[in-house]
Design a protein around this ligand. Structure first.
Ligand code: NDP
Length: 295
């Protein structure tokens, strides 16, 4: 069994990007600039945004963090997005989700200029991705593809079972894995809460992608010998022994599943860091005027 080390791979991607940014600067070209919007005080969202901003600084990007109280009106938020859309110094815009209930997430996403939509959630980018056209691919699915590519994992002809059909993870992963690309060319089964024979399907899978949001949901008896397991889940479980008061758990019961796998991502240190690396890649492409990239 080999661990798919997201920290290592994202570190390598960040190093490459840092070199490219240094080149841009040496040529007198624009420094990539990411704007992040954080609404409210959700602990997990604060952590994610902080590490995105920190990663920008590490590789020489500029970043701007706009923080708002969770009482901000929808109109005020949309006005700020429009200002970022019009600001030529801003290359990428991300709005950390989830947003407070009184704000229409769809409207917010649709307001972001598709050419600055480095999270790849705008319908224009989603449509292009589905059509196999250059597009900003959502960061987590893109990060998973970069990880498979880095380890040279042959996915062609394999049966991938994706558990979870969210717009940000499960559905785009299913599309990317089924495309005629490398990695890709899988036969994909997309599962969700209404799937009846989930265990049976998982046992047929050469690749399992777990994006459910339920701690340790995928157990050893659901995974066949030699499978590749990608654990997207990030769940906070109370743990009095930790200073933070919680520990992180994936959607996969690692201790049971890992011994059966050929490859597996750990939590933390697997898909999480890859998501940030993918976001940084998207931002670089936005900055150099490539309207998205093709994975
Ligand atoms: P969502 O809650 O949006 O989607 C969860 C999906 O899981 C839904 O499609 C749901 O089905 C399905 N599901 C729920 N229960 C079951 C079940 N019993 N059997 C089968 N399917 C089920 O979650 P996200 O996609 O946003 O996130 C998933 C996980 O990934 C979370 O832990 C999240 O924190 C993590 N995450 C990690 C990221 C990273 O960078 N590593 C980035 C983004 C998310 P249905 O559609 O029928 O409701």
């Amino acid at each position: 069994m080999q661990i798919l080390d997201g920290k290592l791979v994202s570190g390598a991607i960040k190093e490459q990007l840092a070199l490219k940014v240094a080149e841009l600067k040496a040529q007198g070209k624009k420094t990539p600039h990411l704007a992040a919007i954080l609404v409210g005080n959700n602990g997990a969202s604060e952590t994610y945004v902080a590490s995105k901003v920190k990663s920008c600084a590490e590789i020489g990007y500029n970043s701007t963090l706009l923080r708002f109280e969770d009482t901000i009106s929808e109109k005020h938020l949309l006005d700020h997005i429009n200002m970022l859309n019009e600001n030529p110094d801003i290359d990428g815009i991300l709005v950390q989700l989830p947003l407070p209930k009184h704000i229409n997430e769809e409207l917010v996403i649709n307001t972001i200029d598709p050419s600055k939509d480095v999270d790849g959630f705008h319908p224009m980018n989603v449509g292009k991705m589905v059509s196999g056209l250059p597009a900003f691919i959502p960061a987590t699915p893109y990060g998973i593809m970069l990880m498979l590519e880095h380890y040279g994992i042959d996915t062609k002809g394999k049966h991938a079972v994706v558990i979870g059909r969210s717009h940000i993870v499960g559905t785009p992963v299913s599309i990317l894995l089924s495309r005629n690309t490398n990695p890709g060319n899988c036969t994909v089964t997309l599962c969700h809460s209404h799937t009846k024979n989930l265990k049976e399907l998982c046992l047929q899978a050469d690749i399992v992608v777990a994006a459910i949001g339920r701690p340790e949901f995928v157990t050893g008896d659901m995974v066949k010998e030699g499978a590749i397991v990608i654990d997207v889940g990030i769940n906070r479980l109370p743990d009095a022994s930790k200073k933070s008061g919680f520990r992180l758990a994936g959607d996969v019961k690692f201790d049971e599943v890992a011994p059966r796998c050929s490859y597996i991502t750990p939590v933390p240190g697997g898909v999480g860091p890859m998501t940030i690396a993918a976001l940084l890649k998207n931002t670089y492409h936005a900055a150099i005027g490539q309207k998205g990239n093709q994975n």
